[in-house]
Ligand binder design. Structure first.
Ligand code: ARG
Length: 477
């Protein structure tokens, strides 16, 4: 007999196995079992405090639920697909053990406020695990920056060589992203941490329940304040999935860089064998598959966010069965993110850097041109004129196959300044030692040192940023 079967035909009349299979969710929502039992225990205590259950009934039910909890934890509870979902499975299991008193558990409660409560408890735990995963990922990045942060690589825009940066600066950019991801999860957690229990099916329970007290027992900051909203609200799923999707996108961007950097044409990094796989056909291959899969799975996280938004957009107020479809995207996405954080932390921890390859590439593409122009500006040349002078030097170096600006002879520099349509630039051409000064400004180290602003790549700025992050990780208080 189905637990909700009173108004339906007896002896299974009117039951269709295909419909049962279509509506059941036990394979997915058994993930909520522990949260469901915690919610039930708190609810039973609340019923006792309200005088609806006798003390010994409370004890019997709480003990029975605690036994069930142990069995679930040990993987000993057998799930019955005929019982539709996790809530009905657990209630039936309790009835099998305790007999009729188990029938009092669902007093003043609906699966609607029950599942909303379970899912908030589950999401809260998930966010705490993800936060720990993000901290582990940040630690791996910080350790990489501490190890190899003074290596120099060509920073790019449009995937073209742009300006040299410290490797530490590059790595710390991902710490910034991860820290924002933590903030978004914490923000979602703050808003989700209220208890729907006592909202009933939609109108509010018909018993004098102290909802605030039950909420506190479950570690919630308070109780929801509108029963209709409480049973139909999945904003917290949206917010969590939005944070997860963006976090996965960040991991995907790092994965993409690792894939390029480990290509021998770049050769900036070597991915550890443990984070690589081979080819079934090509004996030479070493592929960064884990990074590629992180990149690929970020698509699923984006899809999960659009799925929950799509589920919600047409729903009238209150609980609708569509909401059952919130779980696969939430559970799947959280699992993928958790695993991806762990994989990327491990990949980063075991990454080997080829400083020489990075350094050799750092001034390819005349990446110090901006620093050279800035040096002219400091001598009084308007920036546009300086840009033009250095641009002509780049063109000349390219024509003459001189690979870097620092390799230009005095004559070339003097000639470019004399040709400038700015009087200050032209007068600089006549200054003794101007060639050497320009070459110094156009060195990779000079270029990096010049970016000495808050958030810039100058070594002291990067060191300060690294120390601040290290401090925050070691002393989060
Ligand atoms: N399995 C359902 C879900 O996950 C539980 C709530 C069902 N409520 C109902 N009135 N049918 O949403």
């Amino acid at each position: 007999m189905r637990l909700w079967g009173g108004r339906f035909g007896v002896g299974g009349e009117g039951e269709d196995e295909r419909v049962a299979a279509f509506t059941r969710s036990i394979d997915v929502d058994r993930e909520l079992a522990l949260d469901d039992l915690d919610g039930s225990i708190a609810h039973v205590r609340g019923l006792g405090r309200a005088g609806i259950l006798a003390d010994e009934e409370v004890t019997t039910l709480v003990d029975g639920l605690a036994d069930l909890r142990r069995d679930v934890e040990n993987g000993e509870l057998r799930w019955n697909p005929a019982l539709e979902d996790v809530h009905l499975n657990l209630e039936s299991a309790l009835a099998e053990r305790l007999g009729p008193v188990a029938g009092k558990l669902h007093t003043g409660r609906s699966r609607n406020d029950q599942v909303a409560t379970d899912l908030r408890l589950w999401t809260r735990r998930a966010i705490d695990r993800l936060d720990a995963g993000l901290v582990g990922f940040e630690r791996a990045l910080v350790e990489l920056a501490e190890r190899d942060g003074d290596a120099i690589l060509p920073g790019t825009t449009h995937v073209q060589p742009a300006q040299p940066v410290l490797f530490g600066h590059h790595v710390l950019a991902y710490v910034e992203m991860a820290e924002r991801d933590r903030g978004r999860l914490a923000d979602a957690r703050r808003r989700l941490n209220v208890s729907p229990l006592g909202s009933g099916a939609l109108a509010g329970a018909g018993y004098p329940l102290d909802r605030e007290r039950t909420a506190a027992d479950l570690g919630f900051d308070g109780a929801t304040t509108n029963s209709l909203d409480a049973v139909g609200d999945r904003d917290f799923v949206v917010e969590t999935l939005a944070a997860v999707a963006l976090g996965m996108v960040h991991l995907s961007r790092l994965a993409e860089e690792v894939v390029w950097w480990s290509n021998p044409r770049f050769g900036f990094v070597r991915v550890a064998d443990a984070y690589s796989t081979g080819s079934s056909m090509m004996p030479n291959k070493k592929n960064p598959d884990p990074a590629e899969l992180v990149r690929g799975r970020s698509a699923g996280a984006i899809a999960a966010l659009t799925a929950i938004l799509g589920i919600l957009k047409g729903l009238p107020l209150g609980y609708q069965r569509d909401l059952q479809e919130d779980k696969p995207p939430l559970f799947g996405s959280v699992a993928a993110y958790e695993a991806s954080l762990e994989i990327m932390a491990g990949l980063v921890s075991t990454l080997t850097i080829d400083r020489d390859r990075m350094r050799a590439a750092a001034d390819e593409g005349y990446t110090t041109a901006t620093a050279a122009a800035d040096a002219l500006v400091r001598r009084g040349v308007p920036f546009r004129a300086a840009h033009h002078v250095v641009g002509s030097l780049v063109a000349r170096a390219e024509r003459e196959a001189i690979p870097t600006l620092a390799g230009l002879p005095d004559a070339a520099i003097v000639e470019a300044l004399r040709a400038a349509d700015d009087p200050t630039a032209r007068s600089l051409a006549e200054e003794p030692g101007i060639g050497a000064a320009a070459r110094a400004a156009a060195s990779v180290e000079g270029s990096i040192a010049a970016a000495d602003v808050l958030g810039g790549t100058a070594p002291a700025r990067v060191a300060a940023a690294l120390a601040a992050v290290r401090n925050r990780l070691d002393d989060p208080g």
